[in-house]
Design a protein around this ligand. Structure first.
Ligand SMILES: [Mg+2]
Length: 171
């Protein structure tokens, strides 16, 4: 049961995810969360170093789709200038939005990795689907009440992961 909340990898920032490493693991597409994964939840657009990261992925032939539980206007405002496909109001951890993103990229679940900052939505959703998942440290802590409750459960899960030697950096 708990295994469904455990990511395959845990990194500090999405920028630490390298295109060559994904290619070496036969990853052809990324499904990424938006808020607190790519940028802070209240940051409307991508900083230059994130735009460069997107470009490195594209150059390596890795497709990207943003799958966010946030509303259409927030997700569109972020993704459209970057020409990145997206699914908003995704209702993660439900699998439907992930499946749609995978279909739109013309890939299979084995070909993609899900990147996100929340165990209960991003990682659990990916694992229910049978896709690989990378957990990132949240860019900024948020105020949303739902997220606050999720974070409490997350802290518990993270302490279990730490005890099992799963987390290799100190925070
Ligand atoms: Mg998030």
């Amino acid at each position: 049961m708990l295994k469904k909340f455990f990511p395959d990898q845990h990194v500090k920032s999405v920028l630490d995810v390298a295109a060559e490493e994904l290619r070496a693991n036969n990853i052809k597409g990324i499904i990424t969360d938006l808020d607190n994964t790519l940028v802070a939840w209240d940051e409307p657009s991508a900083p230059p170093r994130l735009i460069e990261w997107f470009e490195r992925m594209r150059a390596a032939g890795i497709a990207i789709t943003v799958v966010s539980n946030n509303n259409e206007s927030r997700v569109r405002a972020f993704c459209e200038p970057l020409n990145i496909p997206y699914v908003s109001r995704a209702r993660k951890p439900m699998r439907r939005a992930f499946k749609r993103a995978i279909r739109q990229m013309g890939l299979a679940k084995e070909d993609v990795v899900v990147i996100g900052d929340q165990l209960l939505t991003d990682i659990y959703g990916a694992k229910r689907l049978g896709a690989r998942a990378i957990l990132v440290v949240p860019v900024k802590s948020t105020d949303g009440w739902m997220t606050r409750i999720n974070r409490k459960i997350e802290r518990l899960l993270l302490s279990i992961m730490r005890k099992k030697g799963f987390i290799h950096w100190e925070d």
